[in-house]
Design a protein around this ligand. Sequence first.
Ligand SMILES: [Cu+2]
Length: 143
Amino acid sequence: MSTLPSHYRKPTTRCMTVLTPFLRHLNTGTLAFFLLVALASLTSMRGKEAETKASIPVKASRTEVVIDNFSFSPKTFTVPTGAAVTWTNHDNVPHVVTSADDQFEKSPLLKAGQSFSNIFDTAGTYSYFCSIHPPMRGKIIVE
Ligand SMILES: [Cu+2]
């Protein structure tokens, strides 16, 4: 029984004597490496924080509907009460954003690159279409 520890100690000490100079040599390098890793994870966390903080006011106030290829995108758009929705025509043909139930004033003729905004102050569902191309339909859901 007393031979067991010494039997086990031998490879350990040999291993340590081999490793010690290696570890000593690596010590500053390893420290620097860990510092770098810690810094990298810190900065990536900060980046995520800034990202979420920046995206909140954008979601709350500015909402864009793109008119492209004879369709509204997103087709169904959920926005908070008080949001200003802006439609921008990316097509080369004109479109008109028209409320299906006359719930908001229809847009002027939107030529290529032109936009139209409407502020939705009351919660509800606002269906709309393009009065030039009636199959073009969309919906704004105000919550
Ligand atoms: Cu149209």
